[in-house]
Design a protein around this ligand. Structure first.
Ligand SMILES: *Cc1c(COP(=O)(O)O)cnc(C)c1O
Length: 386
């Protein structure tokens, strides 16, 4: 018997299987392996957010089925945050809806908007759900290469008109995981024009606008004139507020798209625990000093790791956003081979760029979500590679 629907059999193979076996073997042999593989913040959620959860969890008015639309206080808090932070006005009733983390939203947006045989353009390299989401919906992911020479923006002019016309969705993400790329000032304007021309829905995955360095301030896609006509933004609390385990975020923007997502969601889940919604309100309405602290921490870690990578001759640009270093593998090694070598010789786990899509080949990703001592140790070990 080989159980599993066709949609599962169409999913790409799991890239980390071989590496995981090697890590397990090393650990079993007592080797101290340091992992820069996954992007899951190591610092705990700020106390005031945990306290807001505790307070609201003790109140019976949070204990029943939540509405998929979210509490009014939750939607108002997002509207206020978007107004203060981005100068974007949103109607809390029709243009904001909670999601159980960005991953849930991105996966389900495919189910809400794609018919079998449809296509979805996705940033390549990119968050893996831009590829697996369309497959699960019975549609086809179309990789949209991010161009290193363009600061890891896609070259919109290079997308053939028939491919653009055929596509239903386009997934973008800036500041970008895995490349750390940020946009040029007019990029989102060009995206809006492109989406109007080719009748596309734009989904901007905004996981990292609050984690930027060297004074760079990232925009929301929704700041762009016309953005609300063509798309939605997915905002996540996971990375900036160290809340990956909490599963909280929101989908914001075009009201008809939000309505369709809501309609799907009423059939799939029963919303977000209301005490978590209230903790989200506390995070969004705070003075944001906790986010600034994280920016300082990540910027320091970034500089440490960049320095040691340069010591071994790697070509690396310090990223202006997100929580990863994206570096070219040494000349003549592919990303998987270099990843294996770093594990073999330095006992450090990094991610092969090819795991994020075909255009990630030739690069590797290192996550900054490790405390300073361990990160320094990893940097030290890498700098001794020959
Ligand atoms: C971490 C990450 C997500 C997932 O965020 P959750 O809100 O925790 O589901 C989505 N997109 C990108 C680009 C990410 O890096």
């Amino acid at each position: 018997m080989s159980p599993g629907a066709e949609r599962l059999k169409r999913l790409p193979p799991y890239m980390f299987a071989a590496i995981e076996q090697k890590i397990a073997a090393k650990k079993a042999a007592g080797v101290d392996v340091i992992t820069l593989g996954i992007g899951d913040p190591d610092v705990q959620t700020p106390d005031f957010i945990v306290e807001a959860l505790q307070k609201h969890a003790a109140r019976p008015d949070t204990h029943q089925y939540p509405s998929n639309r979210g509490r009014e206080s939750f939607r108002e808090a997002f509207a206020g945050f978007y107004e203060r932070r981005f100068g974007v006005s949103l109607d809390p009733d029709s243009e904001i809806i909670p999601c159980l983390g960005a991953k849930e939203a991105i996966a389900n947006i495919n189910l809400a908007f794609l018919n079998p045989g449809d296509t979805a353009l996705g940033s390549d390299p990119g968050y893996p759900v831009y590829t697996t989401g369309p497959i699960i919906a019975g549609a086809e992911p179309v990789p949209m290469p991010l161009v290193p020479e363009l600061g890891f923006q896609p070259d919109l002019d290079a997308i053939p008109a028939d491919v653009a016309d055929a596509a239903t969705l386009m997934f973008l993400n800036y500041p970008n995981n895995p490349t750390g790329g940020v946009i040029e000032d007019d990029f989102f304007d060009r995206v809006v024009a492109f989406a109007k021309k080719h009748d596309l829905i734009v989904v901007h995955d905004n996981a990292y606008s609050e984690l930027t360095y060297d004074g760079y301030v990232a925009p929301s896609f929704l700041e762009t004139p016309g953005a609300k006509d063509v798309g939605i933004e997915v905002f996540s609390l996971s990375k900036p507020w160290n809340m990956t385990g909490w599963r909280t975020g929101a989908v914001l923007g075009n009201s008809e798209l939000i309505h369709a997502y809501w309609q799907l969601k009423t059939n799939l889940d029963s919303g977000m625990f209301e005490a978590i919604q209230e903790a989200t309100v506390a995070a969004l309405e705070s003075d944001q000093s906790c986010v600034k602290d994280m920016v300082d921490i990540y910027q320091r870690r970034r500089d440490t790791l960049v320095e040691s990578l340069r010591t071994i001759g790697l070509d690396v640009t310090p990223p202006k956003g997100a929580i990863y270093i994206w570096a070219r593998a040494p000349e003549g090694t592919d990303s998987r081979a270099f990843t294996e070598r770093v594990l073999e010789e330095a006992d450090v786990v990094i991610s092969p760029g090819a795991a994020f899509g075909p255009s990630g080949e030739g690069f590797v990703r290192m996550s900054l979500t490790l405390d300073d001592d361990r990160l320094n140790e990893a940097a030290e070990r890498i700098s001794k590679l020959v």
